[in-house]
Ligand binder design. Structure first.
Ligand code: TYM
Length: 338
């Protein structure tokens, strides 16, 4: 089976990105052909700083490796370095109904924040994401809960708009992918509001713990994290979203699992729980940080890894692109010399 996923280089990766997505890729690379990209073309769908973008693109790739992605076992590459992503996106744009796009929850949320400055790219974001996935004939796409609707769109485009319209003799042109959303940790919430998703774009930095935060900063952020007036941590109480979120994070990062974590914390007050959560978080991300520090020293090696990932990915992407171009009736280049 083939696996594809990606993260936007829009800021420092946070523990939600790691727990909800990257952590699962690491397992998958051992059993499936795995392709992971840094989706820099998605990062420019909202206003951005060009200097920061190229730096963040490289640091995001380094973090993939620091989190355990092994360049010997998977292809790691930069989305914009393979032009087939943009080319397939155009072909898919021409068959995707506009009203499918206007329904996308993330578009509605993000466009509200942009006021009058909403780009066509922001509306088109999910089609580019569909192109990322469909180019590689991916079977599985490991993502967090918030990407479910985008995955459904990719499936609908492949099935309803391409295969059923342009496929011949019942043969599909594009593989219809499946989302892989691992329930545990699929939606890590903000530290400052248990009803809001932890997000790179939240203006309040205290709302998230990034993979590169120092131990001191993590301690401060957890100390300030929103709590309630109850004693004892618990899961699934809708009146206590912060307790559910922080206990979930603890159960995952401590490695205890839900049952054990609940046993340990069900009668504990916040004052005792928070230092425990801090220790579990610091120890879980410490190995990532030390590997990252080594990797980022050798930028030449990082570029070599990305070149190698690109050439593996490009080969597959080109074949799919040409298959769709042919199915849509675009005239093939004449390779015979005159
Ligand atoms: P991005 O960068 O917003 O998120 C990257 C991954 O992290 C997951 N995630 C979370 N998981 C749990 N809790 C959270 N609070 C949380 N926040 C983010 C996301 O679900 C995602 O898996 N549109 C994609 C990027 C993308 C992509 C693709 C993914 C572009 N092309 C092709 C897969 C396949 C996104 O959300 O990026």
């Amino acid at each position: 089976m083939r696996v594809l996923s990606g993260v936007q280089p829009t800021g420092e990766l946070h523990i939600g990105n790691w727990i909800g997505a990257i952590r699962n890729w690491v397992e998958l690379q051992n059993i499936h052909q795995t392709y992971v990209c840094v989706v820099d073309l998605h990062a420019i769908t909202v206003p951005h700083d060009p200097k920061k973008l190229s730096e963040n693109t490289l640091t995001t790739a380094a973090l993939y490796i620091a989190c355990g992605m092994n360049p010997e076992q998977c292809a790691i590459f930069i989305q914009s370095q393979i032009s087939a992503h943009s080319e397939l996106c155009w072909l898919l744009n021409c068959v995707t109904p506009l009203n499918w796009m206007e329904r996308m929850i993330q578009f509605k949320e993000k466009s509200q924040k942009q006021g009058d400055n909403v780009s066509i790219g922001l509306l088109d974001y999910p089609v580019l994401m569909a192109a990322d996935i469909l180019l590689y004939d991916a079977d599985l796409v490991p993502v967090g809960e918030d990407q479910k609707q985008h995955l459904e769109l990719a499936r609908d485009i492949a099935q309803q708009r391409i295969n059923s319209r342009f496929g011949r003799d019942g043969k599909p042109i594009l593989k219809v992918p499946k989302p892989l959303i691992i329930k545990e940790g699929a939606k890590i919430m903000s530290l400052t509001d248990g009803k809001k998703k932890m997000s790179k774009s939240d203006p309040n930095e205290n709302s998230r713990i990034t993979l590169l935060d120092t131990a001191d900063l993590i301690k401060k952020k957890i100390k300030r994290a929103k709590t309630d007036s109850h004693i004892g941590l618990e899961f699934d109480n809708q009146e206590r979203p912060e307790a559910d979120n922080l206990l979930s994070i603890f159960s995952i990062l401590s490695g205890l699992g839900r049952e054990e974590a609940l046993k340990e914390c069900s009668t504990m007050g916040w004052g005792k729980f928070k230092p425990l959560l801090t220790d579990a978080t610091v120890s879980a991300i410490e190995p990532i940080q030390s590997r990252y520090k080594e990797l980022i020293k050798d930028r030449g090696e990082l570029h070599r890894i990305l070149d190698n990932g690109r050439s593996q990915a490009e080969e597959i992407a080109q074949v799919t692109l040409e298959r769709l171009q042919a199915a849509l009736g675009l005239l093939k280049k004449n390779k015979v010399n005159h």
